[in-house]
Design a protein around this ligand. Sequence first.
Ligand SMILES: [Fe+2]
Ligand SMILES: [Fe+2]
Length: 186
Amino acid sequence: MCRAVRAQLAPARYRHVLGVARMAERLARRYGVSREAMRVAGVLHDIAREWPPERLLAYAREHDLAISELEQASPILLHAKVGAHIAAVEFGVTDHDTLAGIATHTVAQPGMSAAQKIMFVADTIEPSRTYERRGQLEALALRSLDEGLLGCVSASIEYLLSRGVPIAPQTLEVYNTLVRRYGTQA
Ligand SMILES: [Fe+2]
Ligand SMILES: [Fe+2]
């Protein structure tokens, strides 16, 4: 599986993918989720990340994957859903946690399972990412999955704001729910 993934990704992206797989396994152990499921999700989560927008849109249409307005405008977001579909049909993945974790790793989703939270967090904090708060977010995520998720969702929103690009409504909804609960601590 790793070889097939490496063949499809630039070296830096492949390093990121291995970092996510390792971080996801660590979080899985900490939060009682299947390590195998999270390792596989980590390895496969960005399998379609380097596809051009037209290919992502064409794949989603061809396989009847729902395309939101935002995904229509920013097709790169589709790499998560498309990645989950590829994991199922090309790599034979059947584990629900693995597939859901891949599908929501980019914009998150209200009511996520522990596995889905782990994938969103691992994607944000794996060690090959070099932004300033990475270490802090990692420590937070190992202390509390929800507070770690809030930190990662906040970092994602800040990043999108800094680039002046749209923020998915699901991401904001997750942020709003978590910030009401943990706002002053994260
Ligand atoms: Fe991704
Ligand atoms: Fe990623």
